[in-house]
Design a binder for this molecule. Structure first.
Ligand code: CP3
Length: 368
């Protein structure tokens, strides 16, 4: 598909668009009746590993919501299996990775040459690309090295990441070994997604905001940069997502992604200014705002658009994934409203600067 056809791909490159593109992290999920129906018959891992199912969820979701990009249905933790660990999803407990990495020997044993075992993800991407026929670009994704490492070391989700931080401080060489292996796996895995037709790649560094900036620079930045450069060498834009990182956006920007995805804990305009408008920017509606009455939600959406100020290179999204229980009609209404309000030449007239303040105040109210 020529890039000019997709407003999402154009925005990734900071090129002019007819209106602001919009998609949502975790747009496929339990809040959607069609997803729940499939989940009654299949486990999450089955859905990820059967390309027909993963493709079906991806396509149905994109078509139901009317979004400008389809993120492939998969899970961030899939690569831990070919590396030699076990993965399961425990209802109510979240993901469990076993056995958790607790010493150098366990890390030395990890495989870094088996990304090929994740071929079902590339197969699913190929099916989606063939079905959508280039109308809606497909986003491939993976976890960033730090977030992957944290799940493998903690054995699942964590609040304070004590074991992860202990490892990087006490055994920096062992930490490097783990990051090197993760980079090798993630690079091969993402390359296979691009070869299958993914036209952009998002790297999820969901939990990197737990780190001090100095530790981020020393222990994480070189590896994130390496994976991002490998993606860019494939000729597709890289989107770098994180949360809780408002205090270290310039360090994240040094990883060099085409698009920086920011959460709602910082005003989008302020975030973009901090990185001197170098990358495109994605975000940053509070996922909680999707539960608000329409008048509030609309104000919050318009406040995000006002922050972007009609500049080229804004991709409307949430600051983190859609939450279970989110009303589907609100998600669809946001897509329509973004497209309408941000239509170029319309947006600036309809939200004059003096109203931005009020929009922000309204958005704040609905955040609470
Ligand atoms: O629509 C999409 O965005 C694509 C699919 C997708 C899933 N997971 C499917 C899924 C994506 C992009 C992810 C990414 C992911 N997985 C992340 C990074 C994004 C983020 O939110 O920060 C992380 C940290 C994971 C690991 C993971 N998978 C967690 C923490 C959970 C929640 C556990 C739970 O029980 O709720 C999952 C499960 C998961 N992955 C679901 C979906 C749709 C919900 C599970 C279900 O149907 O039971």
């Amino acid at each position: 598909m020529p890039e000019s056809v997709s407003r999402f791909l154009a925005a990734c490159r900071k090129q002019p668009v007819d209106t602001t593109p919009v998609w949502f992290m975790r747009q496929a999920g339990r809040y959607l009746p069609a997803y729940r129906a499939l989940r009654e018959r299949h486990s999450l891992l089955e859905m990820c590993k059967q390309p027909e199912l993963a493709a079906e969820v991806t396509i149905t979701t994109a078509e139901t919501l009317g979004v400008d990009a389809a993120i492939i249905f998969a899970d961030l933790l899939l690569p831990v299996e070919p590396m030699g660990l076990r993965l399961r999803f425990q209802p109510g407990e979240g993901p469990v990775v076993e056995p958790p990495l607790r010493d150098r020997a366990a890390i030395a044993r990890l495989r870094d040459d088996a990304a090929g075992e994740l071929g079902f993800v590339a197969e699913a991407i190929g099916q989606v690309v063939r079905h959508l026929g280039g109308r809606v670009p497909v986003i491939g994704f993976a976890g960033a090295p730090f977030t992957m490492a944290s799940y493998m070391i903690e054995g699942g989700s964590s609040r304070d990441f004590v074991r992860t931080k202990s490892l990087l401080h006490e055994e920096p060489a062992t930490w490097s070994l783990l990051m090197e292996k993760l980079c090798a796996v993630l690079e091969a895995y993402l390359a296979s997604q691009v070869e299958a037709g993914a036209e952009a790649i998002q790297l999820f560094d969901s939990w990197v905001g737990c780190l001090a900036e100095s530790d981020y620079r020393r222990f994480v930045l070189p590896y994130s940069r390496r994976v991002i450069q490998a993606v860019q060498a494939q000729g597709v834009p890289a989107i770098h997502f994180s949360t809780g990182t408002a205090g270290m956006l310039t360090a994240l920007d040094e990883a060099g992604a085409d698009v920086l995805s920011v959460d709602w804990r910082i005003r989008l305009g302020h975030a973009w200014e901090q990185v001197a408008y170098r990358p495109a920017i994605q975000g940053n509606l509070d996922p909680g705002a999707l539960f608000a009455p329409w008048a509030e939600l609309r104000g919050a959406v318009e406040a995000v658009l006002a922050e972007a100020d009609g500049r080229d290179g804004h991709i409307f999204n949430l600051g983190h994934g859609i939450l279970p229980g989110t009303p589907v009609e609100n998600v669809r209404a946001v897509v329509a409203h973004v497209h309408e309000q941000a239509a170029r030449g319309v947006h600036r007239e309809r939200i004059p600067p003096e109203r931005v303040h009020r929009k922000r105040a309204e958005a704040k109210k609905s955040d609470g």
